[in-house]
Design a protein around this ligand. Structure first.
Ligand SMILES: Nc1ncnc2c1ncn2[C@@H]1O[C@H](COP(=O)(O)OP(=O)(O)OP(=O)(O)O)[C@@H](O)[C@H]1O
Length: 417
């Protein structure tokens, strides 16, 4: 670690604090994540999901893990440095982001996700805090919960921050898939448009209530498996009609609303894959830049979404021309009208309500924002009921992740993959 000079703490997550640092030899600015737990052996470290998954990822929209160091039983991850996260960009903002900005960010994140999902990983904890931004470039970070698609269910440990948690996870399905990331992206995309969380649940039960209040309660047509899942845990969905998304995110175009709606489908099978999302009409003006051309393209235009002229010159292809268009008609339907729903929340308060170690993180890192306190529309009766208790107990179980310990040793475990 003597090769690095720590400059400033820039984040404090559940598992580690993150510092801006400088490589004394090269002058390169990096982010160093210092893990809170002690690691007494090499084996423990290499088995960490963050190490196993991130070292295999090499994509311009995935934060690069440059080095892993273990010194005095403390584990450090050295990442490429990013200026800020998406939540920081949203929290004090008065003016809405333009649709172009949202489109550019989402296009890049879907590219990162498509890459990750194709390689057999899903993230499981996508949220604005885990999407890091430097100028026009956005990258997916924090692979602490990443999971190999081929790994065997049941998946029982804590999964994802509540507001972005997919309904199948809330309903204790142990068979969830990469589609949990697509749900999270729907919620994040809507939040980018409205600067308000789309489903700001104050508890697991309230989270489901909030989802029903926005997209309408599930039916046999919209999510037969979900109704069965609910029956299995003796849970009854609140019966709510939902609202039209364009009322909640009036600044979004019909295309944007249509994509968000399909991403936030009850049934994971009805959500588009990341590759399919990239073909959505919302991204019609975006271009895929092959990684080999990415560095040259970035210096002249936004990173992944660019103007046709600039990128055509470099031989890039439009996504819509690369993949079959037939899926578009199945996945992306036209909007219907519903009355508006008032929704708001105070992020910090909600985070405090989350159980386990997540509390510490939010208390330390999430600053007070314009997000308002949860309204009185919360379904308190659900929280008290037997069914809500069953959900909470499962969530409690999921929250507690255990990591083992080993024998004491001092070493650098590996560097520069
Ligand atoms: N490469 C980076 N460059 C700059 N800042 C970063 C970087 N990685 C992380 N951060 C900052 O540190 C914060 C926490 O990082 P990270 O999410 O990796 O920690 P964590 O302990 O896994 O958090 P979580 O509670 O979300 O699981 C991020 O929200 C971000 O603001």
């Amino acid at each position: 670690m003597e090769r690095y000079k720590l400059i400033k703490e820039v984040g404090d997550g559940t598992f580690g604090s993150v510092w801006r640092a400088i490589n004394k030899q090269t002058g390169e600015v990096v982010a160093i994540k210092k893990m809170k737990k002690k690691y007494y052996s090499w084996e423990e470290c290499v088995n960490l999901r963050e190490v196993k998954s991130l070292r295999k990822m090499n994509h311009p929209n995935i934060v690069k893990l440059k080095e892993v160091i273990r010194e005095s039983d403390i584990l450090y991850f050295v990442f490429e440095y990013m200026e800020c996260n998406l939540y920081q960009l949203m929290k004090d903002r008065e003016k809405m982001f333009s649709e172009g900005e949202v489109r550019n960010w989402c296009f890049q994140v879907f590219q990162g996700l498509a890459y990750m999902h194709q390689r057999g990983y899903f993230h499981r904890d996508l949220k604005p805090e885990n999407l890091l931004v430097t100028k026009d470039i956005i990258k997916i970070a924090d692979f602490g919960l990443a999971r190999e698609i081929s790994s065997q269910p049941p998946y029982t440990e804590y999964v994802s921050t509540r507001w972005y948690r997919a309904p199948e996870v809330l309903l204790q399905s142990y068979l969830y898939s990469s589609k949990v990331d697509m749900w999270a992206m729907g919620a994040i995309m809507a939040e980018l448009f409205s600067l308000r969380p789309l489903f700001p649940g104050a508890s697991e039960a309230d989270e489901i209530y909030k989802i029903c209040g926005v997209i309408g309660s599930p039916t046999i047509e919209s999510w037969a498996d979900g109704l069965k899942l609910a029956r299995d845990i003796n849970y009854q969905f609140p019966q709510l009609a939902g609202v039209h998304l364009s009322a909640l995110i009036p600044s979004a175009s019909d295309d944007a609303v249509s994509l968000i709606r399909s991403l936030c489908s009850w049934d994971p099978c009805k959500r588009p894959t990341a590759a399919e999302a990239l073909q959505h009409p919302f991204f019609q003006t975006c271009f895929y830049v092959p990684p080999s051309l990415r560095t040259r393209a970035v210096s002249r235009t936004p990173p992944s979404a660019g103007t046709r002229g600039a990128l055509d010159q470099q031989g890039v292809r439009r996504y819509s021309g690369m993949l079959p268009n037939s899926k578009l008609t199945n996945n992306f339907s036209s909007p219907k009208l519903h009355p508006p729903l008032a929704s708001g929340v105070q992020r910090k308060l909600d985070m405090v309500n989350q159980n386990g170690s997540k509390n510490e993180k939010s208390m330390n890192t999430v600053k007070q924002s314009k997000y308002r306190q949860p309204g009185k529309d919360s379904p308190t009766s659900m929280n008290k009921g037997r069914n809500a208790k069953a959900i909470s107990e499962t969530a409690d179980r999921l929250t507690n992740m255990n990591v083992g310990s080993g024998t004491r040793r001092h070493s650098i475990i590996f560097s520069s993959f």
